[in-house]
Design a protein around this ligand. Structure first.
Ligand SMILES: O=C(COP(=O)(O)O)[C@H](O)[C@H](O)COP(=O)(O)O
Length: 323
């Protein structure tokens, strides 16, 4: 990591890398806060050095996990605010942009929750995969509207994020049935919606989310169960408008099987992709804070928000397309 990156930013980067900080929205929030910390603690001698420090911090944060587009979107949002020509002015720019970003994220999630809740009826049962704060915002809003909602929660191997979902739903007073991932098809008959989040939504409406989402969506379509994706616009991937694909993170195989067991098995090859891509034809609605969209029309919203594309979050302001 670049020497100019201070310990606090390194710590956030490590926590994102090791998944102590995880989930697309939470990662974005932590990254914006880390840039804020960098700005407040910087002793850069001049504006150029300050900008270089912030870009180095953005790069260190960006290089942690490749799939959640909320991360570069957050970094770009904060760095874009650096308009001053003095160190003190730049410091204030970054603090203001980071605070504004975090407030907007929180508000977007609450607004999205209200919209998603309208799709849920009193007495409905949802099936979840992984742990998504955007998805849970919909359930929380539905519960606040006085609706009784129940949940079938997939455990989500190998990291068992379903356990976090189960706990959060219990805190909301939602009765939970926890199942192993391979039992999903069996229980789809009992649910009214599949409700998941997203790490990235591509211009064609494909949804990138925790590995297993696409299989769940195909099964749900087969059973006629609607699939709802809760994804604030921070999850829209501007690069996919210009032909870029979403990088799918491959994680350490030790998350799947420990070394001792692996040796007992004769050391087979192990693969551990963290995410997969659900084609738009398996998704019924993408719920954002700007309303709900059929996946095929999400590109219209992307163009409105991002223009025709963006560059890397640490690019010089002059070479960066304005969102
Ligand atoms: O796939 C995951 C998390 O994967 P991981 O646990 O590997 O980070 C979540 O569904 C999305 O990030 C959306 O979450 P949120 O709605 O909170 O942004």
């Amino acid at each position: 990591m670049d020497d100019r990156v201070p310990p606090e930013v390194r710590r956030t980067a490590t926590e994102i890398d090791t998944m102590e900080i995880r989930g697309a929205a939470t990662i974005a929030d932590a990254a914006a806060r880390a840039l804020r910390t960098q700005a407040t603690e910087s002793d850069a001698a001049d504006a150029e050095a300050f900008r270089a420090e912030l870009r180095a911090a953005a790069r260190a944060l960006y290089e942690t996990r490749p799939t959640a587009v909320s991360l570069p979107n957050a970094l770009r949002y904060v760095l874009r605010g650096m308009s001053s020509t003095t160190v003190e002015g730049l410091r204030q720019n970054v603090v203001e942009s980071a605070d504004e970003f975090c407030a907007r994220l929180e508000r977007a999630q609450a607004d999205l929750g209200e919209i998603g809740a309208n799709r849920l009826r009193d007495g409905d049962t949802i099936m979840t995969h992984c742990h998504s704060t955007d998805a849970l915002a919909c359930v929380e809003a539905a519960v606040e509207q006085g609706k009784h909602v129940e949940a079938v929660v997939k455990e989500t191997r190998p990291r068992n994020q379903g356990h976090i979902t189960a706990k959060r739903l219990d805190e909301l007073g939602v009765p939970v049935t926890l199942i192993v991932d391979s039992a999903a098809r069996r229980y789809l008959n009992d649910v009214d919606h599949v409700l998941v989040g997203a790490d990235a939504v591509a211009a064609d409406g494909s949804v990138v989310n925790k590995i297993g989402t696409s299989g769940l969506a195909v099964n749900a379509r087969d059973r006629g169960t609607p699939i709802m994706v809760a994804a604030q616009t921070l999850k829209l991937h501007p690069g996919t408008m210009t032909g870029h694909t979403v990088d799918i993170e491959m994680r350490d195989t030790a998350e799947v099987v420990d070394d001792e067991t692996l040796a007992e098995l004769g050391n087979p090859t192990v693969k551990n992709p963290a995410f997969d891509v659900t084609p738009p034809r398996y998704v019924d609605a993408i719920v954002t804070e700007r309303g709900q969209f059929p996946p095929e029309s999400i590109v219209i919203l992307m163009r409105e928000l991002f223009g025709e594309g963006t560059s890397e979050p640490w690019a010089e302001p002059s070479s960066r397309a304005e969102p």
